[in-house]
Design a protein around this ligand. Sequence first.
Ligand code: RAM
Length: 947
Amino acid sequence: MKKIIFYLFTSLIPGIVSQASDLTPRLLKCEYKQHPVTDVTSPRLSWELTSAVANQKQTGYQILVATSVDKLTPEKSDLWNSGKMPGRQTNQVEYHGKALASRMICYWKVRSWDKNGLPGPWSKAARWEMGLLGKNEWKGEWIGMDLDHLGKGPEYHLPPAPYTRKEIRITQRVKKARLYVTALGLYEFSVNGKKVGDAFLAPGWTDYDKRVYYQVYDVTDRVVQGTNALAAQISYGWYAGYLGYALLVKNPVVRAFYGKVPVLKAQLEVNYENGESETFVTGKDWKVNYGALQESDILNGETYDARLEFKNWDKPGFEDKAWKVAEIFADRPELQLQIHPGPPVKVTQTLPVKTLTIRPNGAYIFDMGQNFAGIVRIRVRGAAGDTIRLRFGEKLHSDGRLMTENLRKARATDTYILKGDAGGETWEPKFTFHGFQYVEVSGLKQKPDQETVKGLVLGSDTPKVGHFETDNAMVNQLYSNIDWTQRSNYVEIPTDCPQRDERLAWTGDAQTYVKSATYNRDVSSFFTKWIVDLNDAQYNHGAYPLYAPRPNIRDSDTFSPGWMEAGIVCPYQIYRAYGDTRMIRQGWAHMTRFLDFLEKRSKGEYVFKENNFADLLPKGGFGDWLSFGKKTPPDMLASFYFFYCADMMAEMAQATGKTADQERFSKMAVKIQEAIKNYYTDASGKFVCNAAAYGNGEGYVDGALGFTGHTQTIYANAIYMNLLSKNNTAKAGEYLMDLLKENGGKLGTGFLGAKPLLPALSATGHTDMAYRLFLSKEFPSWGFEVANGSTTIWERWDSFTKEDGFKYNAAMNSFNHYAFGAVCEWMFGNAAGIKATQPGYSEFTIRPEISPDGMGKEGINELKASYHSVNGEIVSSWKKEEGRLLMHVTVPVNTRAAICIPSSSTSTIRLNGKSIRQSGVENKGWENGYAMIGVGSGNYSIVVVNK
Ligand code: RAM
């Protein structure tokens, strides 16, 4: 009643208070995607808000969902009218309307009420569509062609890849047509001669013994009245192809880990304008054959003999009498068919050739100027039978030869045999990818030019959300390298590297890097997908594996401290970045099972003593993998991670209202903390271990170097994980500084130590040292890689040195490995100072750490960063000027920020031209070199004059 009176009142006095707000929702998403097809029956909706008004926030929202756009009114919405819901929530909002059925198209819109309780305009309409909710809705069979016996060659068994087709007749006018398609293997489907969608490597990699994903394509405009051709190429992919280093380590199984014959299942559903409908499905009325695609394998590449092409085989009217009848393959009832929850792999960019050189043997080397994951498209002309061979490498040897030794057993070679088309021929592979910067092309009969080769960058389509730029060219290149490494390795799963015979989703790499990843790109749906793989791959005893999915690539590959914790760290970081509690709830049973496992392993002691993990191979697990100097005991690291996991579990239990679990894990964390303190520290707070217990270290990674608890990695982790009391944290910071100084101011950290190193220095007041390490170009450092011409992050600090060249090539030496790129977390979180204090950045701090003075061009004088959070765009930039510091901060609508302004007690601060007091923002006082203010949404220009 009051409200009505208020509205009446305000509407009568125009110009005094406006009745409407400009608070406008945009970027409507469902399950993290725009206009998706989903099989989630209570999908989550989100929107972002814009407003020209400062300090704006949402106090309520209303969602309408209807079966048509016309019905999107409060009165007519036939699926859901949420009514006015109070609160600030703009994401992770679950649909609570009528039950959703398969194939339903749901239109929706939303409006928000502002801080004054006034409603803004309705958003534009968005939509989502439901997939097939029951397996019984799949009427098609698995079809394929067993060509396994045609695999040839002593080293690689690579049979040709099958083609399948079917013509159908459509006699009515089409209103809507949907194609549902999947494969055990990989597929490329076309309707009337044109590929559907733009995805590569579909349907993706899962544990095919448990589930396989499918894609849905809107082909309404593709099908025509009359005859239509449905056609697909099928390949071996992750299902039936080579995986990892199985061949290298002489595993009894090297390929076909899930099955030998790749198979396709498809269903075209056509709704006619007259209300009737028809469904066309894969079955024994489909035809199969093999031809031009002679070899097709992810790790080993493709061989395409264009002379064997079936001209127009994918179009209506092709004569397929000579083709065989498709073979039917039995379904496994337990196999689940679900919609791919992640982003598709796509061509995300094309790259032109940078330079082109001829080799003494007549081959050409094309430099793409950038190391990346993808393929190349070639344009060539020649006689039928001319054979073009493409080999890929990340680096050149000093004599200009292509360096391929580090690919190990991945053949990574594409071969194209010309058909002899006078007009020229264009080709690109379909079911493989390589990690490379250089392409060696041999067999060309005509002199190539820059147009002969084009790079197609492949990767999971994760939109860019981060931006980081400074006036320091090395830092900018480093940031570019980090992002390129992420793009090269977020290819369906988070791989370790894209080039050699590995490309597995190593859990250790994934957990150290996940937070960095969230700063660069929107990885919400990417991890929604991968967490399922991870949970599917969990061992019955509770440990998460070394990599997921986990085909049996080597018997001894099981689990390792620092790796298995990905099962906790990843959902936690996704929760922190996006406010996602569903991932936690859905994975809770898995996560608690893992904590049970750890608890059991600790034998009631809540600390892992020396040799606790001696049963693993390598002993103790991987430890601080690829570190320098004496080794950090893996059991000590395992104990730290145990604490870290319990702590995260307590927070996640709280976030999901699991009170008993919260209590359990909080108590557990305290117990572990105590146990670590008692067992692994001496009276001075120094970390110590019984190094003698490791004997001569045999069996442990670099065990011969000896063990000590007093390492950079241990203090960095202790500080980062909040393991210590306030006093001991400060002490740990001092120890860390001592160790760095003893080491000539150089880092020695490996996979588990590099990520927390800079954040730990910053947290203990040693920002100058953090910057010194960050800006160094001396070996070992991030800058050293840049100074050596890298365009991506290396696997090892010494992947290349002038003294030793590529000395690790025979073992493992990737130039595109993101683990050390985890410094990105510090770049955004500390240098730019953007940190979430509430999940999803609904509240955050901006607390930039300014690069030390006096470094000239070697330092940073200006930094601009932004991060597009689920709650909108956050900006933090700073610039040093004579005696002044300029800052610019953007706080998105509906969020709050604590801006911490680097200053001394004698500085004067102007905020948008006023003093802090005049500007009326919340003054939170001054602490540790920062004046702190609390602000709502808006743009803030800050000038600090230092006297
Ligand atoms: C390597 C992988 C990965 C690492 C493991 C331990 O083979 O490339 O980066 O996690 O080993």
